[in-house]
Design a protein. Structure first.
Length: 390
């Protein structure tokens, strides 16, 4: 079926203002999502925050149903968290790691996650071991399999690295995790919203994601998936609790919730939570397979055209590539290039080693331009970027 690009752009008011190629940073919200936020906040202004939430309890609850449909899980396995990093942290710091325990991760792991690994290693004596990449730049699944031993207590990777266009083989990693019974934490910050995600097929125990990127939701929104057996059988203990996540039974006892909401806070961005449900509905209405097909076609077109520009080197790796397109340009400072494009109302970003330190260091990269496309990106916008880079 032909993708209705005209409709996608008509329902995105920002398309009339900018050439937005920074969807991996924060996408342009579609009109229904932006209106959901604005209308909620206006109602809070006029009638009160508690009262607005009470009137729209169904919209808040719908977030869990929408997310469950998106991930192919149960609504009780979903927690609303203010961003993907905090969602990831809530799962990671809940896991029991001690001296000699091993964390296995990928070369292209997100910098914030690496900091957390090293933080736990410093505090608990656990070890962080990096699985090498294969010839395509993605995590080497065979090497991962050979590295798992009795001390391995966590496999944790980013599905799509922030500083490159590759898609790590999440399902193959999940097969290794299941084979050895090792917990598996997947950072899906860049993958949820641009490609179909099925936690049953992937086999992850935990998955974190944000609303602001490819889901096209508001900033300050995200979620955490927790496989139910970790709640029911393992009784996983979050690093933080409040009287939403648990109930005070007496002066000496509390009881945690029996669902993933034990990872939530009572106070949250209510307008964003309701609007994130709207954003997920909006994505599902387009169809995740259709979105993925459109995104990869646009990204492949951009890579092909970048390869014709003198001085430009496309730096994306991986057998499977996504909507994130990265490159360098000889003779031009990348932050200056970003600013030059911004002055022409073209939004891109620059990824530095801070976000992909290990992978960049091992590849000899300091920084790359990141132009991230989405299903609403037009061929004219791609051509405008190419002309500006030339």
């Amino acid at each position: 079926m032909t993708f209705d690009l005209a409709r996608a752009r008509a329902e995105t008011r920002g398309c009339a203002e900018v050439t937005h190629l920074n969807h991996a940073g924060a996408s342009l919200m579609p009109a229904p999502v932006a209106d959901a936020v604005i209308d909620w906040l206006r109602e809070e202004e006029l009638t009160g925050g508690y009262e607005t939430a009470n009137r729209h309890r169904g919209r808040l609850e719908h977030f869990y149903d929408a997310t469950a449909k998106l991930l192919n899980c149960h609504r009780d396995e979903v927690a609303f968290v203010e961003n993907a990093t905090r969602a990831w942290d809530m799962a990671f710091y809940a896991l029991d790691l001690g001296p000699g325990d091993r964390i296995l991760t990928a070369e292209c792991e997100y910098g914030s996650n690496m900091i957390a690994y090293l933080h736990r290693a410093k505090r608990t004596g656990c070890r962080v071991d990096i699985v090498p990449s294969d010839k395509h730049g993605q995590i080497d699944v065979a090497a991962l399999d050979s590295m798992v031993d009795s001390h391995t207590k966590l496999i944790s990777i980013s599905h799509i690295p922030t500083g490159g266009g590759l898609v790590n083989p999440a399902e193959a990693v999940g097969a290794v995790a299941r084979k050895y019974g090792v917990p598996y934490l997947l950072d899906a910050c860049q993958s949820v919203g641009q490609m179909p995600i099925d936690v049953e097929a992937i086999g992850c125990d935990f998955l974190s994601a944000t609303g602001r990127k490819y889901l096209r939701g508001p900033r300050g929104t995200g979620f955490l998936y927790v496989r139910y057996r970790w709640i029911e059988e393992m009784d996983i203990d979050p690093p933080l609790l409040d009287q939403h996540a648990a109930t005070l039974v007496s002066e000496s006892e509390y009881a945690m919730r029996d669902d993933a909401r034990r990872f939530e806070n009572w106070e949250c961005y209510f307008a964003g939570k309701a609007a994130l449900g709207t954003a997920i509905d909006y994505a599902l209405a387009w169809g995740m397979p259709a979105i993925w097909k459109r995104v990869t076609a646009v990204a492949d077109d951009l890579r092909a055209k970048l390869a014709t520009v003198p001085g430009v080197t496309v730096t994306d790796q991986g057998l499977a590539k996504c909507g994130i397109v990265t490159f360098t340009k000889k003779g031009e400072d990348l932050p200056a290039l970003r600013q030059r494009l911004l002055e022409q109302k073209i939004n891109i970003s620059v990824s530095t080693g801070s976000g992909s330190r290990v992978g960049f260091d091992r590849r000899g990269l300091d920084a790359v331009v990141r132009a991230s496309v989405h299903y609403l990106t037009s061929e004219e916008e791609v051509d405008r970027l190419i002309a500006a880079i030339r």
